[in-house]
Design a protein around this ligand. Structure first.
Ligand code: GLP
Length: 263
């Protein structure tokens, strides 16, 4: 696993956006050979999306031949609902770039048949040849996508019940009203994420420090689903200084040293 430590949120966002652009451009995607990107929601990736839009406007990247799969969606929210992840993605990213609507994949939280929806999502990922780069955030309890503590590390796309702590954390997007937060979500599984050729997890702020400590220094454990990244051949955690607060000084020093000349 690589751990890239940057001083603050802005440098983290810039690093990730630059890396995404580098990967897309190196791949030279075409209509028949698109670049496949896995995408997150939440407040953490906002800076990355802003940077990607900037780079798109500067003609440093095109999303014409990029296919996307988002990680998750709340059950019961319409795409027009301001708290739905579909709405978030349209407003934050998709409407600002040249991605083709047919290349955007998001789980449908309004589906009548969760099982079929989730199965089809896995099938769609497979059909396009798998995800090249999956980008994710992390919950304070170490969850990736909506793979809450004790999720199977070999889980696939499915419906998940959200924990009280996640509902509480996400209530800030729902007028701080816990009762408005959906209690279930559709989410890719841990194994769906690990299947990607490369995975980047972004973690910023002190409230992610405990999760990072378990993810990087702890053993692989379903209590902290982020720790499954240790099994990936090309897993990268990009974090800011505050998020490293609970790592040992030796760990921080090791990664700062080993990554000092890398992209
Ligand atoms: C939600 C999402 C996760 C995200 C997490 C952290 O639970 N399902 O994908 O990583 O929130 O969100 P934030 O970046 O706002 O801290």
């Amino acid at each position: 696993m690589r751990v890239i430590i940057k001083p603050d949120y802005d440098t983290v966002s810039k690093w990730v956006a630059n890396y995404v652009v580098y990967r897309i451009n190196k791949f030279k995607p075409t209509k028949d050979k698109p670049f496949v990107l896995g995408l997150p929601t939440g407040s953490t990736p906002l800076g990355m999306y802003k940077e990607l839009i900037k780079m798109y406007n500067e003609r440093k990247v095109s999303f014409e031949n990029v296919v996307t799969f988002n990680m998750d969606e709340y059950v019961g929210l319409k795409p027009t609902d301001k708290q739905s992840y579909r709405y978030f993605m349209e407003e934050t990213f998709f409407k600002h770039i040249n991605i083709k609507p047919q290349n955007i994949h998001m789980l449908d939280g309004m589906t009548k048949d969760y099982e079929k929806e989730c199965k089809n999502y896995e099938k769609d990922i497979k059909e396009v040849g798998g995800i090249h780069l999956f980008i994710g955030g992390i919950g304070a309890d170490g969850h990736i996508a909506f793979n809450e503590p004790f999720s199977s590390l070999s889980s696939r796309t499915r419906v998940k019940t959200l924990t009280e702590s996640t509902i509480k954390a996400n209530s800030r997007f729902f007028d701080n009203d816990i009762s408005k937060v959906p209690t279930t979500a559709l989410t890719v599984g841990v194994a769906t994420i690990l299947d990607a050729k490369e995975v980047i997890i972004i973690a910023t702020g002190e409230n992610k420090a405990t999760a990072l400590k378990h993810g990087i220094e702890g053993s692989i454990n379903h209590m902290w689903t982020i720790s499954a990244l240790q099994m990936h051949q090309h897993g990268i955690i990009v974090c800011d200084k505050p998020a490293t607060k609970e790592l040992s000084a030796d760990t921080v020093e090791y990664f700062l040293d080993i990554e000092k000349n890398n992209f």
